[in-house]
Design a protein around this ligand. Structure first.
Ligand SMILES: CCCCCCCCCCCCCC(=O)SCCNC(=O)CCNC(=O)[C@H](O)C(C)(C)COP(=O)(O)OP(=O)(O)OC[C@H]1O[C@@H](n2cnc3c(N)ncnc32)[C@H](O)[C@@H]1OP(=O)(O)O
Ligand SMILES: Cc1cc2nc3c(=O)[nH]c(=O)nc-3n(C[C@H](O)[C@H](O)[C@H](O)COP(=O)(O)OP(=O)(O)OC[C@H]3O[C@@H](n4cnc5c(N)ncnc54)[C@H](O)[C@@H]3O)c2cc1C
Length: 633
C-alpha cells in the first residue's frame, strides 16, 4: 500500500491499520465485521482524499478503489454498496439540483440501496413499503405495513450506512403510482443511532458475503421532505400533481447499470481464480506421464489444461464483452438523454442474459479451479472458497438468474414476431429475420462458422418457444399461462442467445484489434478466442446437431482442434495468468503467489491458526483427559 500517493498525515486513520494480525477466517462474526470496518474506514478515507483531485466526481471512489479493497478484505467491503448502488442511484435517478444537495457531503455520508423486502425481491411491483404524500406538511410518510414489507438484504444496512435510497410504492391523493425511489437518512450522523420511527438490524450469517453487513429496515410513520423523492424521471409537485416518466422502467436504471458492470467484475474474479490455480499447477508435481521419467507438473496433464484454460479464455471473453456492453450502455444512455428510448428494451435484454451467464459461468469455473488444486484448494488460505462464495452471490443479487433469463426470452419472442411480420430488427437479433427468411449458410468448421451455427441454435429454439406458446394458447391457456408452460424452453433460448453473443463479440473484437497488436500477442489472443468458441461448440454439440448441418466428422475435427489449442496454449499458460497482473496483496492466496513458494506459504499460514499458539489446548484437560483416564486399562 505504500505506493499510494496520499500523504500519511492527511489520513484520519493510519495505513498501518490495513494489516491483519489474525487472518479473517479465525474471527467470529462480530469480530470480522469490526475488523472490516477498521480497514474499510481507512480505505474510505484514502478514497476521499484521492477524490479531491477529481472535483467533478468528488462523491465517487476512484475506479481502482474496488480492486484495492478486494485485496485488503478477503471478504466483502461493507462500504461497497455506497459506491456500487447508492451513489449511482442518485446520479441516475435524481435531478441535478437533488444530486448537488444529496451528495454535497461527499464521503461524509455512507449509503446503501434498499429495495428488496422479506416478501418480495424479484417482483418489484409487489413491494409493500409505502411512501404517502402528506399535502399539508409537504412530506412523504414511509411505512412498512406488514412483516413481509420489511426491507431485507441491502448491503451495509445492518450497521454501516447512515443513509439509503429506498424503493417504495408511491401514494398521492389515494392513488398508487408504483415503485419509486426516495433518499432517506436512517441514522444520526454523530451517534449513529437509528432515527426514531425506524427498526434496523443485520439479517445474520450467510453462505459468504459475511462482512457485507446485509440488513433489515422497517418504517413506522417515518417522515421525509417531498423533495427526497428522486425526481429525474417522474415528479410529484407541491400540489400533489404526479408527472409521469417518459418510460416507467427508467426507475430500474440503477440495476441495469450494475448488471452491465458485473460482466467486467466476473472477468476479474475469474482472472484471480485462474491465476491461483494455473500457477499452483505449474508448481505442483505429482505422478508420472511416462513411467520412466520424473513426476510432472500437474499442468502437463491435458485434462488439467482442459479444466483451467477455459477460465483464462472466459475471463478475456467477459472482459471484452464487458467493454462492448459498456459502450452499448453509454450509447443508450446518451440517446435517453436526448429523449429516445428506442434501444432501452435491447439494452435490458442484453444486460439481463449476459449478467446471468457471466455470474453463473464465473461460479462454476471458480469451483472448477478450486477442484483443480486438489485438497489444498479446500483451504481458506487458497482464497478459492471466498472467491467462489462471493461470485455465486452475484447469480442471485441484482436480479435472480432465471428471472432475468426470462426477461431476455420475452425480448427474443417479441423480436421473432417482428421478424415474422417483416419488420427490421436491431443488429443484435437480426439473425432471427435471416433464419425466418431461410437466409443461412451450411455448416463451416471455423470460428465464424461456429458463431453462425450458435445463432442458428438461438433462432431454432426461439421459433420452437413461439410455437409452444401458440400451441398452449390454442388449447385454451391464457398467454401468460402458456408462457409459464413453455418456460423451460424459453430459458434455453435465452441461454443459447447469451452464449452466441459472448462467442461472437469475443471473436470479432479480437479479430478487429489483432492487426494493431504484435504478431505474437495477436496469435495468443486468437488462440484463446478460438479455444472458447470450440469449447462451447463441443459442449453444445447436441443443439448443433439438431439445428445446423454439422456432421459427426465436423465434430471429430473440432475435438482434434480443441486438443491442439490446449497444447498451443500450454507453454504460455503461466505467462497468460501473469499478464492479468494481479498483485499478491490482491490475490491473497498461499497457492497462487508470484514467487511460487506454495508449500512455505502454506506452512507459514497454518502456523497463524490460533490453535497453534499452544501445544496443548485447554479442552484436553477439561474434557478429553477425564474420559481417556476413565477408560485407561
Ligand atoms: C462501481 C460498481 C461496482 C459494482 C459491484 C457490484 C457489487 C454489488 C454488490 C451487491 C449488490 C446487490 C444489489 C441488489 O441486489 S439490488 C436489488 C436487485 N433486484 C432486482 O434486480 C430485482 C429484479 N426484478 C426486476 O428487475 C423486475 O421486477 C423484473 C424485470 C423482473 C420485472 O419487472 P416488471 O414486473 O416491472 O416488468 P414486467 O416483467 O411486467 O415487464 C414489463 C416491461 O418492462 C420491461 N422491463 C423490465 N425491466 C426493465 C428495465 N430495467 N429496463 C427496461 N425495460 C425493462 C420488460 O422487458 C417488459 O417489456 P415488454 O416486454 O412489455 O416490452
Ligand atoms: C448477497 C446478496 C446481496 C444482496 N444485496 C442486496 C442489496 O444491496 N439491496 C437489495 O435491495 N437487495 C439485495 N439483495 C437481494 C436480491 O436482489 C434478491 O434476493 C434477488 O433479486 C432475488 O430475489 P428473491 O430473493 O425475491 O428471489 P425469488 O424471486 O423469491 O426467487 C426464488 C425462486 O423463485 C423463482 N421465481 C421467482 N419469480 C419467478 C418468475 N416470474 N418466473 C419463474 N421463476 C420465478 C426464482 O427463479 C427462484 O428459483 C441481495 C441478495 C444477496 C443474496
Amino acid at each position: 500500500m505504500k505506493c499510494y500517493p496520499v500523504p500519511r498525515e492527511n489520513l484520519v486513520l493510519s495505513i498501518d491499520n490495513l494489516k491483519d494480525d489474525i487472518p479473517e477466517e479465525y474471527l467470529s462474526h462480530k469480530e470480522c465485521y469490526e475488523n472490516v470496518i477498521r480497514k474499510g474506514s481507512v480505505l474510505y478515507d484514502i478514497f476521499s482524499e484521492l477524490s479531491k483531485d477529481r472535483k467533478h466526481k468528488a462523491h465517487q471512489a476512484p475506479s481502482n478503489a474496488y480492486r484495492i479493497s478486494d485485496g485488503i478484505m478477503q471478504n466483502v467491503n461493507p462500504f461497497l454498496l455506497h459506491f456500487a448502488l447508492f451513489v449511482p442511484a442518485i446520479t441516475n435517478q435524481a435531478t441535478p439540483e437533488q444530486q448537488a444537495e444529496f451528495l454535497k457531503h461527499g464521503f461524509g455520508i455512507i449509503g446503501t440501496y434498499a429495495q428488496t423486502e422479506l416478501g418480495h425481491g424479484t417482483f418489484l411491483r409487489g413491494l409493500e413499503t409505502t411512501a404517502t404524500l402528506d399535502l399539508e406538511t409537504d412530506e412523504f410518510v414511509l411505512n412498512s405495513p406488514t412483516l413481509t414489507s420489511y426491507k431485507w438484504w441491502p448491503g451495509g444496512l445492518g450497521h454501516t450506512a447512515n443513509h439509503c435510497v429506498v424503493m417504495a410504492q408511491l401514494y398521492v391523493k389515494g392513488k398508487c403510482h408504483g415503485p419509486h425511489l426516495f433518499f432517506v437518512q436512517i441514522r444520526d450522523i454523530e451517534t449513529h443511532e437509528p432515527l426514531p420511527g425506524l427498526k434496523l438490524g443485520e439479517i445474520g450469517a450467510k453462505m459468504g458475503f459475511n462482512t457485507a453487513d446485509n440488513g433489515f429496515l422497517g418504517f413506522h410513520n417515518f417522515r421525509i421532505p417531498r423533495n427526497n423523492m428522486l425526481m429525474k424521471n417522474s415528479q410529484v409537485l407541491k400540489d400533489g400533481t404526479y408527472v409521469e416518466s417518459k418510460n416507467e422502467k427508467l426507475t430500474y436504471g440503477s440495476m441495469v447499470f450494475v448488471r452491465v458492470y458485473l460482466l467486467s467484475d466476473m472477468a476479474y474474479m475469474l482472472a484471480r481464480a485462474a491465476t491461483i490455480s494455473v500457477r499452483y499447477s505449474a508448481v505442483r508435481h505429482q505422478s508420472h506421464i511416462k513411467p520412466d521419467e520424473p513426476e510432472v507438473q500437474i499442468l502437463d496433464f491435458v485434462i488439467q489444461q482442459h479444466k483451467l484454460f477455459i477460465s483464462i479464455a472466459t475471463s478475456h471473453a467477459f472482459k471484452i464483452c464487458g467493454l462492448w456492453l459498456w459502450q452499448t450502455y453509454s450509447k443508450v444512455m446518451e440517446d435517453i438523454g436526448k429523449g429516445s428510448m428506442d434501444r432501452l428494451p435491447e439494452l435490458h435484454a442484453l444486460s439481463c442474459c449476459l449478467k446471468t451467464t457471466s455470474t453463473r459461468d464465473a461460479g462454476w469455473l471458480i469451483e472448477q479451479c478450486r477442484l483443480a488444486c486438489g485438497g489444498h484448494g479446500y483451504l481458506m488460505s487458497s482464497n478459492l472458497p471466498s472467491l467462489y462464495t462471493t461470485a455465486t452471490a452475484a447469480i442471485t443479487y441484482e436480479g435472480e438468474s432465471t428471472v432475468l433469463l426470462l426477461q431476455t426470452a420475452r425480448y427474443l419472442i417479441k423480436s421473432w414476431k417482428r421478424a415474422m411480420e417483416g419488420e427490421s430488427l436491431p443488429a443484435t437479433v437480426s439473425f432471427l429475420s435471416e433464419y425466418f427468411n431461410k437466409r443461412y449458410n451450411k455448416w463451416e468448421n471455423t470460428p465464424k462458422g461456429i458463431v453462425d451455427g450458435l445463432k442458428l441454435v438461438v433462432a431454432g429454439v426461439t421459433k420452437m418457444c413461439a410455437e409452444s406458446i401458440q400451441k398452449h394458447v390454442s388449447r385454451g391457456q391464457q398467454y401468460e399461462e402458456a408462457w409459464n408452460s413453455s418456460s423451460v424452453q424459453l430459458i434455453k433460448a435465452s441461454e443459447a442467445y447469451s452464449r452466441a453473443l459472448l462467442c461472437e463479440v469475443f471473436w470479432f473484437e479480437v479479430d478487429k484489434v489483432s492487426s494493431t497488436l504484435s504478431n505474437n500477442l495477436a496469435v495468443v489472443l486468437k488462440q484463446l478466442a478460438e479455444l472458447y468458441i470450440t469449447y462451447w461448440a463441443l459442449e453444445k454439440r447436441g443443439d448443433l446437431l439438431v439445428y445446423t448441418t454439422i456432421s459427426k466428422d465436423d465434430l471429430d475435427k473440432l475435438q482434434e482442434r480443441y486438443e491442439e489449442l490446449l497444447a498451443l496454449i500450454r507453454p504460455n499458460a503461466v505467462g497468460l495468468v501473469d499478464s492479468f497482473d494481479i498483485r499478491d496483496e490482491i490475490l491473497c492466496s498461499t497457492l497462487g503467489a508470484y514467487d511460487g513458494r506454495v508449500y512455505e506459504r502454506m506452512m507459514e499460514h497454518a502456523l497463524k491458526s490460533p490453535l497453534n499458539a499452544e501445544t496443548v489446548n485447554q479442552s484436553f484437560h477439561k474434557y478429553m483427559k477425564p474420559v481417556i483416564l476413565k477408560h485407561k486399562i
